[in-house]
Design a binder for this molecule. Sequence first.
Ligand code: TYD
Length: 220
Amino acid sequence: MPRGFFITFEGLDGSGKSTQMRLLARTLQASGREVTTTRQPGGTELGDQIRAVLLNSSTQNVAPLAEMALMFADRAQSIQAIIEPALAEGKIVLCDRFTDSTEAYQGGGRGLGSERVLALHRTVCDDLWPDLTILLLPSLDASLARARRRNGRQLAQGTDENRFEGEGRAFYERVFLKYQEIGARENLRVVTIAEDASVETIEKRIVEIVEERLTRKTSS
Ligand code: TYD
């Protein structure tokens, strides 16, 4: 059985990546492909517990290195329990956030630097990289405004996953710049979509990119 295809979605909170991932999953399924979707942190039993601790705003004074290590603990579990088995079964795996998030948020935002994140990735994730990463990077202002509206809704519904959203603009600027750096450095794997276009326009672009990569894979 040929190995599946691993696609990750990346971007700031409020970049629209989760919506786009859902739409892509639907399109791929409608065309008869087998798709597994997951997200990080979370998706496994252990990962959901890590997610609850890391994202709840009542969790305070987390050391940046501890935060990074927990993100990787979640990821190692997800790779073993979800991602690798699905790829081995030939499925397309869509994952909302992966190691680029750790590089952007902990490496950039928290100032730990890229090297430490990439070194841990090699050790903990066996250096597994996606075949394709869609990086949604509309302007910082557009993302922040969208994330703020969503947090208001979440709080009204009684859920609280706002620990990161409580960070100031300077933190998000560092995350944004690190994402730009990753997009430029990894320009074969990462496709950066920087415009703040409609959901439909971006959805179409993503489908084109993914179909092209899938065709390239089957003909190689
Ligand atoms: P997520 O559920 O992906 O929310 P959003 O839909 O807003 O993107 O949120 C996960 C949060 O965790 C997000 O603020 C980014 C942060 N994060 C990291 O800091 N490092 C990581 O490695 C990952 C996977 C997420």
